[in-house]
Design a protein around this ligand. Structure first.
Ligand SMILES: [Zn+2]
Length: 545
């Protein structure tokens, strides 16, 4: 059996100068869920070490697992199961068609097309579509959904066949695919066959810079051979007579980059490419210091998460997982979280149910189970879809269940219930001729801030990991929006002078000044040094639904 290969030279530039900065131990393929029978057999584990090429900057794993082991019949990831995902891919198709003014009937080929959600979007725009999807179960579902799909990997021979039967492609897409390809040269030769002269190749992949910034280390697993950033891609495509002419940042899988590639000189470059390169350099994502620091934060995160779970468990709480995405398995395996901590993983995808998570062997059950047994806590492993998952499980939250969002910092949130945000009138306790005395607060406070906000401006849109925030409005008028964690279901409060609002940790809040306003913030944690940064989680801007 060929299990794979040790990576000794960079997959993109062939340099042997590879700096290993993170070791997540040994891990099974994250998508390889197991049947009950398979639990009695040996399980394959692979080293999960991350290196960066010191020549071109490509971040990659130290070991490439044989792709037949990864995308064979056991592959069970269905891309269409979240509405957020569906909306994202359909709008991706719309924006590409709009941008290129594609003629109806142009051919779009999606590599690693899964059940065809992206292609469905192109089909709606009147394009001819073809998917390449190696996993037989998934390929079958795609064809049943009337998305023409070949059960194939992208390769030179396959490309020639597609060319013969379908013609040249105006668009070739690969979402979360390019970084999984071990033999890039084969892929590029196939792309060269398939892509029309003025065609474009669009890659979408989690952005390495965001992975570092937001500690998204759970997106590291053996299927993900590379963690893409713009610098190495630019060099690689240039060496293959291609240009990157635009890059966009999107909110999916944490944050992903969408990279637009064309044959050399076919499309004018926008300024975004340089802006991305500048930001990568400025954040230091190619420096050993930043990489080492990331590895240190990963270890700390494991300690914090385990500490939280064991603490809850010792106090007699039942904990389950809500959603069983591939990335959850990195957390489970690296942190050694097994059935002794988590009873089961409640999952929406029908084909995963009745199976066990790879490595830690936690049973995967139907989503509704949490409504019957009402465990005290549910960890949302698909934290990138936390908003949607919390909304879908509102009934669980209303019956007292609480959510744990594990990344970037483990945090406990309740769903739409933000009743613990308190607003009260602070009335003077003493009057005399001299004036009045008001006891604003009797609590230990480590930070006091005076905040002036001009009419129409907005502050906040974040939540605090540890501190309680008391805000006392001195003058003006503020509209406060409160929601739980990253959940968009919000409560709106009009804060008037003389009122004190108390916001516990985990409650996302924003303050909009209706009038020029003065406010005093009383915070239970010090903001000296990097205290503020350690306490605050910014919530990315979300478009209105
Ligand atoms: Zn390299």
């Amino acid at each position: 059996m060929n299990y794979g290969r040790i990576v000794e030279r960079c997959r993109m530039c062939d340099s042997p100068k590879l700096y290993c900065f993170l070791d997540l131990g040994f891990a099974p393929p994250s998508d390889a869920i197991l049947t009950a029978d398979e639990l009695r057999e040996p399980e394959l584990l692979f080293p999960l070490k991350v290196m960066q090429c010191e020549e071109c900057g490509l971040t990659q794993l130290s070991y490439s697992v044989n792709r037949l082991l990864l995308y064979g019949k056991k592959y069970k990831y269905e891309a269409s199961i979240t509405t957020t995902g569906k909306r994202h891919f359909h709008s991706m198709a719309d924006s590409i068609c709009e941008r290129l003014k594609l003629a109806k009937g142009s051919l779009v080929v999606d590599v690693g097309s899964n059940v065809g959600v992206l292609l469905e979007g192109f089909q709606k725009n009147g394009m001819r579509v073809l998917g390449l999807e190696p996993a037989p179960d998934i390929c079958k579902i795609a064809n049943e959904r009337k998305i023409d799909t070949l059960q194939e990997f992208m390769g030179f021979e396959v490309a020639k066949r597609v060319l013969r039967d379908y013609g040249k492609a105006k668009i070739v897409t690969g979402t979360n695919v390019f970084a999984h390809v071990d033999d890039k040269e084969e892929f590029m030769s196939a792309l060269d066959v398939l892509l029309d002269d003025d065609g474009i190749f669009v890659i979408e992949a989690p952005y390495f810079l965001e992975l570092i910034e937001n500690l998204e280390y759970d997106t590291i697993y053996v299927e993900h051979l590379e963690y893409l950033s713009v610098k190495p891609l630019l060099r690689y495509f240039n060496e293959h007579a291609m240009d990157i002419f635009d890059v966009e940042l999107h909110e999916i899988h944490g944050r992903s980059i969408r990279v637009f590639v064309c044959r050399k000189g076919k499309f004018p470059a926008t300024g975004t490419v340089q802006a991305f390169l500048d930001r990568e350099n400025q954040k230091g994502i190619y420096s050993r210091q930043v990489l080492d620091d990331f590895a240190r934060r990963v270890k700390l995160h494991r300690d914090t998460l385990l500490g939280l779970l064991w603490d809850l468990k010792r106090r007699g709480n039942r904990i389950v997982g809500i959603s069983a995405p591939a990335k959850g398995n990195t957390l489970l395996n690296y942190c050694r979280i097994g059935p002794e901590l988590i009873d089961y993983l409640a999952e929406k995808s029908v084909i995963k149910r009745g199976h066990y998570s790879p490595g830690m062997h936690i049973p995967i059950v139907e989503e509704q189970r949490i409504y019957h047994d009402r465990p005290a806590f549910g960890i949302i492993f698909a934290w990138n879809f936390a908003d949607e998952i919390m909304k879908n499980n509102d009934a669980y939250a209303r019956s007292g269940g609480r959510f744990i969002i594990p990344i970037p910092e483990p945090i406990v949130v309740t769903n739409s219930s933000v009743d613990d945000v308190n607003v009260r009138e602070v009335n003077p306790v003493h009057f005399d001729d001299r004036g009045s005395i008001t006891d604003v607060l009797n609590e230990t406070i480590e930070h006091v801030g005076l905040i002036e906000t001009k009419k129409g401006s907005v502050r906040g849109n974040h939540y605090h990991k540890r501190s309680v925030q008391h805000s006392y409005l001195l003058s003006g008028l503020m509209e406060v929006i409160i929601s739980a964690g990253t959940c968009p279901d919000a409560r709106k409060i009009l804060l008037k002078p003389g009122q004190l609002i108390t916001i516990p940790p985990g409650r996302r809040h924003s303050f909009k000044a209706i009038e020029d306003s003065f406010m005093i913030d009383l915070i239970t944690e010090s903001r000296a040094d990097d205290g503020y940064e350690r306490d605050v989680v910014r919530v990315p801007f979300k478009e209105a639904e």
